[in-house]
Design a protein around this ligand. Structure first.
Ligand SMILES: [Zn+2]
Length: 282
């Protein structure tokens, strides 16, 4: 342990400031989305089997829901710009802007150089959960995704093939007609849908606990751009114990895609590409 300086207590007592105050962030027109979601027409369902993943497409201006259907289950979500797969969800910056977990009114942002909203959360039946006594909350952008590489390190060399990373790799591979090994380059840090997580106060470690999700719960998004999504039903099930084995009870998840009524979003404008000129000072 290093030696505490004489003014150590005073340095620790300095009040924190928010890194990214979001008051000046372009805000979604939630009243418009709220009106539009009153008359949605479901036209597609994609079932994601336990310990597996599936891809789905959502046109710009449409809505999609991820729904718990048979039992408590968490999902790992990747999003791509369907027309340019180099634009994808940026978990780290979304965390910087909205905090460790996202809910209604918050957005999934894309990577540089676009850094624009890909999807906006328009409804979350677990919004009531808030932040619990352990500092835990739902739908995190902390965890990266369970993966066979970390599992291999932590288990002295074991191989497990149904971690979310591998599930997403297989799903993206079959969607794009490439191999899972090629597809894993596209797989990125996820939104942990329905997962209940936080950081321990004493050690700062990432923790998980049994998800409060129950069949019927859903999180709903508005597609700000044309989206290709990939969703894995995590081998951890509700993530109450472990997440890289066949031990946990696992259930399917359902993705539902909805069209808004004609004219419902007439005043809506798609998000612009980021305005930075990209000269980087040169
Ligand atoms: Zn997982």
């Amino acid at each position: 342990m290093s030696e505490r300086p004489g003014d150590g207590d005073a340095r620790k007592a300095v009040e924190p400031v928010i890194c990214y105050p979001v008051e000046t962030l372009p805000a979604p027109d939630m009243a418009l989305y709220e009106r539009a979601r009153e008359a949605l027409t479901k036209y597609e369902e994609i079932r994601v089997e336990p310990r597996d993943a599936a891809c789905f497409r959502v046109p710009q201006g449409h809505f999609f829901r991820i729904r718990s259907i048979e039992g408590p289950q968490v999902g790992d979500l990747n999003l791509f710009n369907a027309g340019d797969l180099s634009e994808r969800f940026y978990s780290g910056k979304t965390r910087g802007l909205h905090g460790t977990h996202i809910t209604t009114g918050e957005r999934m942002w894309s990577n540089f150089p676009n850094l624009r909203p890909m999807a906006t959360v328009t409804h979350d039946t677990l919004g009531w959960y808030g932040i619990d006594q352990f500092g835990g909350s739902v739908h995190d952008v902390i965890g990266t995704r369970c993966d066979p590489y970390t599992h291999n390190l932590l288990t002295s060399g074991k191989h497990y093939h149904h971690c979310c990373h591998s599930n997403l790799s297989r799903a993206v591979a079959s969607e794009l007609g490439i191999t899972p090994r090629e597809a894993e380059d596209y797989v990125h840090d996820v939104l942990n849908v329905f997962m209940c997580t936080g950081f321990t106060r004493d050690t700062g470690q990432y923790f998980m606990k049994a998800s409060p999700v129950r069949p019927g719960d859903y999180i709903e998004f508005f597609a700000e751009i044309d989206l290709l999504g990939a969703l894995s039903a995590c081998p951890g099930g509700d993530c109450s114990s472990e997440h890289s084995s066949d031990e946990a009870a696992c259930y399917p998840l359902l993705v539902e895609v909805f069209a808004p009524a004609v004219g419902a979003l007439e005043s809506w404008r798609p998000p612009a590409l980021n305005g930075y000129d990209r000269t980087h000072g040169v």
